[in-house]
Design a protein around this ligand. Structure first.
Ligand code: SAM
Length: 261
């Protein structure tokens, strides 16, 4: 058996209860679904996913794992394996199979950049089930006022509904990671909470509001919105970004849009 490679973030899932719970999200769906697995590794999730009968497209970066996966799944004609970096992969090449269902036990360094990349391809995606380091799970699912609430929470939740499905301890993997993990579901919204035309201004407002967490909106938003404009949006300028709901960021964005006309 090949050794787990640290540089590819390889912590292989060994806990069959967790594996069954993740695979269970894909069972009982009509035959035509297409699942894209990021980082099949040694196939912990792949076996169950293939057994659902879905078309499975798997993206694996580690060249050494490819022949092993090919051998292991040689009898399955519903698997397409790509040796590729998911961060560079053009998901648009899979448009003919959309809506895609994405799944993966993601390496820590890949998770956040991959999710940001996928936010540009949401029109192709039905849903995403990802195993992530617990801190990222908490940030993606945090609501206004939670200590993990920040730019990532707001930008992702504007476009997707985010739900925590499972908390997973280190012993569920080999080798065991140092921290807890969790499984989340991200489901693209039919329409973003903030209208498409205002996405750029929304992004500026959110990024600037959180630029220094300890500072108030009045301070962080200097140069973007005046104190009077923050008040005009119905928001107290002495608040910190971490207590603002997405709707309140939307109100600030509307004000910015009105004043930049
Ligand atoms: N799915 C397997 C499991 O649950 O046991 C493996 C999970 S392991 C945490 C992450 C997998 O993603 C590894 O197989 C690793 O080689 C692969 N990987 C790492 N970076 C990747 C990237 N940029 N694109 C595609 N796969 C990647």
């Amino acid at each position: 058996m090949v050794r787990a490679r640290k540089r590819f973030g390889q912590n292989f899932l060994t806990d069959t209860t967790i594996i069954d719970k993740i695979v269970g999200r894909f069972e009982g769906c009509p035959g035509e679904q297409t699942i894209v697995e990021i980082g099949p590794g040694r196939g912990a999730l792949t076996t169950g996913l293939l057994n659902t009968g879905a078309r499975l497209i798997a993206l694996e970066l580690d060249r050494d794992l490819i022949p092993l996966l090919q051998q292991q799944f040689r009898k399955h004609n519903n698997l397409t394996l790509h040796q590729t970096d998911a961060l560079r992969f053009d998901f648009n090449t899979l448009r003919e199979y959309a809506p895609l269902r994405l799944v993966g036990n993601l390496p820590y360094n890949v998770a956040t950049p991959l999710i940001f990349k996928l936010l540009d391809d949401l029109s192709l995606i039905q849903d995403m089930h990802f195993m992530l380091q617990w801190e990222v799970v908490a940030r993606l699912c945090a609501r206004a006022g939670d200590k993990h609430y920040g730019q990532l929470s707001v930008m992702v939740q504007n476009l997707c509904e985010s739900t925590i499905l499972l908390e997973v301890p280190p012993e569920s993997f080999n080798p065991a990671p140092k921290v807890n993990s969790g499984v989340i579901q991200l489901t693209p919204r039919a329409e973003p909470l903030i209208s498409k035309a205002l996405q750029e201004q929304f992004s500026t407002v959110v990024k600037t509001s959180f630029s220094q967490r300890r500072k108030t909106l009045r301070n962080n938003l200097k140069g973007v919105l005046t104190e009077a404009q923050i008040k005009e949006s119905g928001i107290e300028p002495g608040l910190r970004a971490e207590v603002l709901t997405i709707e309140q960021f939307a109100a600030l964005t509307d004000t910015l849009a009105q004043h930049s006309d």
